[in-house]
Design a protein around this ligand. Sequence first.
Ligand code: WQD
Length: 341
Amino acid sequence: MATILVTGGCGYIGSHTIVDLIDHGFEVISIDNYARSTPRLLKGIEKITGKKIINYPVDLCNYEALRAVLRAHPEIEGIIHFAAFKTVPESVEKPLMYYHNNLESLINLLQYIQEYQVPYFVFSSSCSVYGNTDQLPVVEETPLGEAQSPYARTKQMGEQIIYDVSKVASNQFILLRYFNPVGAHPSGWIGEVPLGKPDNLVPVITQTAIGKLPQMQVMGADYPTRDGSCIRDYIHVMDIAHAHTLALQYLMEHRNSSNYEIFNLGTGRGVTVLEAIQAFEKVNGVKLNYTIGPRRPGDVVAIYADNKKAREKLGWEPKYTIEDMMRTAWQWELNMAKGVV
Ligand code: WQD
């Protein structure tokens, strides 16, 4: 039974990945300093899996503190590194906070795994590394464009730092480029917990539907797309989670062809903002109060994945539909409103 360290285990994708890892026989330890999360989701993980997850509230930017935790767990064979700040507008306002937090935490982890030979490392990357590309769908070899935000640039830099380390290290690395993770675990016990007013589309939709937000805006309906609104590749968070389990199994079974491999995690289907709203209204029987507003600076017109490499090499098959994404996201919002989670 291999033991995996999940950094950011109290966060949205981290918590869902812990559930999938446990479902597939892994032992899990978490490091999360609650900078962008709370222990709340640990309760949901326990309800779903019956397992009480140990979380160390340690700042990954503090190497000695990180090292102390990891030296107490020499059984750790792999690390999945989620912990990072990820709010695009905040990164524009506070670039140094993003470079400091997102890069120093990664560098500390890389230093540790080299020093103590932790074999496997999975890095949480993002489709935002592609920038504004018109080569759609994007494949992993699609040249990276200009990062549209400091957040995106920390992901580009993170990928490059790992690449340089992989050239001189025996550790085995996988980088997973998420498209737009949305939805919640079907049980309704865990989901996305936005801190403050959400920026991302689906939490804005569910908070508008439940009345936490009086109205929402479609940020631009004059784009050169089929209905004028932006196109994204929304992917259920449980499909993203399972890809991490498959990535670790791929490395542990030595099926990887190099010690630095990148995979797109998207459905391969582009969905417009208006189509996402229509799917939400249809599957939940809820009318959404939205208006059409101006474009949001920094938005790319369209981006969606070619996920052939992940399907063929990892054996990954996204199984949740846009309707499942909207149904589970709504169920989670209702459970938060009822105070049962
Ligand atoms: C999606 C679409 C908006 C809110 C970012 C990061 C990405 C990942 C996900 C971290 C856009 C539109 C949104 C609203 C709207 N983050 N929208 N009204 O910007 O594609 O991706 O978040 O991992 O790396 O880049 O996601 O959900 O913010 O926006 O019309 O109130 O929804 O304009 O077209 P985005 P998003």
